[in-house]
Each structure stands twice: as structure tokens, then as C-alpha cells.
Write a protein that binds this ligand. Sequence first.
Ligand SMILES: *[C@@H]1O[C@H](CO)[C@@H](O)[C@H](O)[C@H]1NC(C)=O
Ligand SMILES: *[C@@H]1O[C@H](CO)[C@@H](O)[C@H](O)[C@H]1NC(C)=O
Length: 563
Amino acid sequence: MAVLLAVWALLPILTTAFSWHGLWYELGFLGANPTLKYESFDQDSPEVNVMRWDPRCEEGYVFLSPRGHSYAEPGPLVYDSQGDLVWIERDFGEIMDLKVQSYRGEDYLTFWAGDDDGTRGTGQYYMLNSSYDVVYIVSAANGLMGDVHEFKLTDEGTALMTIYDICQADLTSVDGPEDGWIYDGLFQEIDIETGELLFEWRASDYYDIDESYFPLGLNKGSSPSAADAYDYFHINSVDKHTNGNYLVSSRYMHTVTCISPSGEILWVLGGKRNTFKDISRDKLATGISWQHDARWHYSDSVVTLLDNGAHEHLNTRDHSRGFMIELNFDDWTADVLHVYDSPGSFSSHSQGNLQVLPRTGNVFIGWGKPSAYTEFSEDGEVLCDFHWGPRVFFWLGWIKSYRAQKFHWVGRPRVPPDVAVDDEAHTAYVSWNGATDVAGWVLQRASNASAADEDFRSILYQPKEGFETQVDLQGEGYFRLVAVDFEGNRMGETRAFEGIWQWDTVHDSGSSSFFVFSERAFQWMLVGTFTAGAVVVAVWRGRKRIEAMCVYCRRRCLRRFDT
Ligand SMILES: *[C@@H]1O[C@H](CO)[C@@H](O)[C@H](O)[C@H]1NC(C)=O
Ligand SMILES: *[C@@H]1O[C@H](CO)[C@@H](O)[C@H](O)[C@H]1NC(C)=O
């Protein structure tokens, strides 16, 4: 059984691009958070294992908000489409829901930052421009604090945000106290420029406590006090259609609710108050549970979401998947248009999102607690699949990102590029945290320290590779590295550094044969240990059957001997 499970878990790894490094990565031998270190940059970043890549995947950058037990210093993180680091920052503390949104025709990086209890949060929303300066900080109104789950800008220059408000409630309908406490689920719409509250909706005005699927007292929250309130609704996404209606996802009610501009419930998909007749196979459309990120897909009759089908303590499906669901308001039916199954059929017990990409129509899913994201074609084929933490730790959530989303982004940091020089190896290492569209680096030289900008002469061009690029150094004098974009425009340059490098004295720092040998040996040792372990486990588990077999054999032998 254990062997079968291991094979099953590793099958996707073995059938895609196999590498020893990838295998060790996925088995967790490199730790729960394998990282890459850089010479020129003082922060490390989670290493990505590319499970699958396809040129049909949309151009763009991937935006994460890593945190968790094995991710000591959380903060925003951006990868390029190959999984190479583009931007990492640890000055904001724990953040959530990093994404690119447009406000008044300009793109902003937006996220929540503040204090969280692992599930809900109290904080504010930040909007950074392309030079990574904080331009707006948006807060909730009425003395409330913004929650981690949603910060969505609308085309009208307003912001939607989720809020958890602790208040008193009668819990007798779920066998709780009459003077109990709940986390009420709210959302607000705020004018970004003025901070004015335009609309507020409160779940407890429209939903009864006993419509929840989350048992009272399961996870704390038995509600004797305000500090131990019952999270009965768990609002986790808000969207707004151009027709003025709102779309709210409630994880604990298993519902997606359409709300009119006056707050009335127009329809409910899923849960105990479902409005729709489900005409999908296996009744998947209305059978959603513990879901995240309900969005309208252009039309108000197509809804996308991530159906987790699982909670830390309560599994309702054998794996998580995304859905594109079509609603028909003539005969009130719901049908599943497309399904996006988690590759390898894992469950995401919390968090996650589903995004339809604007140019290709591909579907991008961040799996939340499992440190993975996947891009599907619209009809459900896995195109790109990336792990940014090992598969064996998916269920633990030691490194996780509430959402993972893909956007076009232009980043032009105001700080200059970083450079580190290895004199021995005649090599410069250069990187530029946050800069997008760097095509490569031009090595320039001047004869003295007081040389003017135009006195630097270009010597060689090195195309950018990954986050950090290595450049061979030659000659004598003062050097600097200039970032150039794909049109050849100069974007910025490093500080100047001095040196004397002759070609013929370059040391060969290639790997020695001993190292290669010992690495191989180490790999076979690990495989041997793993196999031996599996055999021992199999023998131990089947010891009764083996014993019975031996007894049977002995009897047969004796009988044959007798005759
Ligand atoms: C970003 O905002 C800062 C502060 O408001 C401003 O100084 C800077 O010029 C802005 N950058 C861009 C590219 O607009
Ligand atoms: C520094 O170099 C520039 C040109 O490379 C030259 O014009 C200038 O005279 C030099 N200054 C000194 C102090 O050598």
C-alpha cells in the first residue's frame, strides 16, 4: 500500500521531464522550501520545479504571496513564465492576494497587508506603481479593518473588500448559546480617491446561521466569547458585474450568491438555498464545497471558481478542481462547461483561486495550500504546471500562497541593478530585483574613476539568463553593467567597479570527476535506501501472509517427502 501510494504520488514526476534534482526536490530531500541563492542579491527565493511547460501558455508574470511554517519572512513574490525570480520583497511583512489591477488607466500592484490569525485578517490594502512606490493605501470604512481575502478594483474607480466583523448572535439553531459570537461576513465598496463608503453588505442580514456546513466548535469557534467567535459564513471573494450586481463566495455555506445593488439576494448557486436545477454530470455545478474565488466570466451567466472540495477537517471530494459553470436564467438550470482537475489529483484543503487569462482564454489556477500553480487550456488540458515547493509537503501547507495569478506587468525599480564581482573567476554577477523586460547586459569600461557617463565604452553583450546573469570580465579599468531592453534601450546601470582581468589567467572552476562520482553514488544510495525501506515495509505488512505461505509450503514438501 505504502509503495503504491509512493508510486502514485511520484507518477506525474516520473512521466514528465525526469531529472534527479527534480525527483529529490519533489520527495522533499532538499527540504520543505528549496531555495535559490544569488551572488549579487542578498535574498534567496523558493526554487521552482517545472513539471510541464508549453508555448501555448500566456505571456506574463506570476504573482504570489508566499508564507507558512517553512517560509520565515513572507512577502510579495513575482516569477517570470519560466519560474525565474523577478521580484521579491520582505519589507511589507505578511501580505495576501498580490495582483496587478488597473486604476485610472494605470497598472498597480495591489495586495493586503496587516495582521492575520492564519484564516482571517485585519489590515489595509496597498497599491504600488511600476517603480514599486506605495501610491495608495485603501482602508475599510465604519471603523472596520480590511480582511485578507479580497481587494478587487472595479472599472468605476472603486474597490471591493472583504471584512470579518465579530458580533453577537443567537446560536441556538446550531445548539450553541443564545448570547454567542460570530464572525459576520461583510463586504464594502469604497471610492479609492475619497475613501467614501458606497455600499456595504452583511451576511447575517440575509443568511441564517444554520445554513452553514461548518460545524460549530470544530476548529475552536464554539463561541462563548468574542475571542473565540464562530466563523459560520467565511466570505472569501467578491466580484462586481458591469450591470451593478455583486457576486459573493461563502466557503462555509458552499454558496455563490448574486446580490443586487440594493443588497437583495437574486440567486444562490449551491448550498442549502440553491436556486438552480443542476443538469451537469454528477451534479457538480451545484455540488460545490469549500470553494474559492467565484468570478463572472464576461457574461453574467458564466461563473468560474475553484472547487476545493476539501477543508482541513472535512473532505467532500477526492480532489480539487476548477469549474466554469453556465447558468440559464430562463429555466434556472446550471451546467458545468469545463472542469480543471488538479494534476495528480491532489486536494487543496484551503485557499486557492481560478483566473481566466485575458489574451489566450487559458485558465490559471493557484492551488493555495499546495505550493503549485497550473495553467490549463480553456477545455481543461494541462499546459504549464509549476511546483514552488515539494509535492510531498502539499498537504502540510508549510509554504503556501493564498492566491497565484498571472498578469502582464512592467516593473521599473528606482534602485539600481545589483552586481557582485568574483575576481578569481573573472566573473561579474548581475541582477535587478523588480525589473521586467531586461533583454540583457552590456559590459562597459572607462579608464578612470572620474570618467563621465559618456566616457564608458561598450565591450560585450550578455543576454539575461534567469534572475542573475553571469558576465565574463576582461581588460583593465573601471567597469559597469548596463541593462538594455528588447529594443536596445538603456534601462539602468550598476555601480562602477575596478579590476584587471587577463584572459589567459582565467581559472577553470568546472566540477571535478570526484564530485560527479560522489553525487552519483549519493543518488544511488538514496534510491537503494528508499527501495530497501519499501521492501521492509511490504514484508512487515504482509508478514502474516508470508508465514501462512511458508507453513503451506512446508506441508506440501513434507507430503511429497512422505510419498
Ligand atoms: C510612483 O510613485 C512615486 C510616488 O508617488 C513617484 O515619485 C514616482 O514617480 C511614480 N512612478 C511612476 C513610474 O509613475
Ligand atoms: C578619465 O578618462 C577620461 C576618458 O576616458 C579622460 O577624458 C579623462 O581625462 C581621464 N581623467 C583622468 C584624471 O585621467
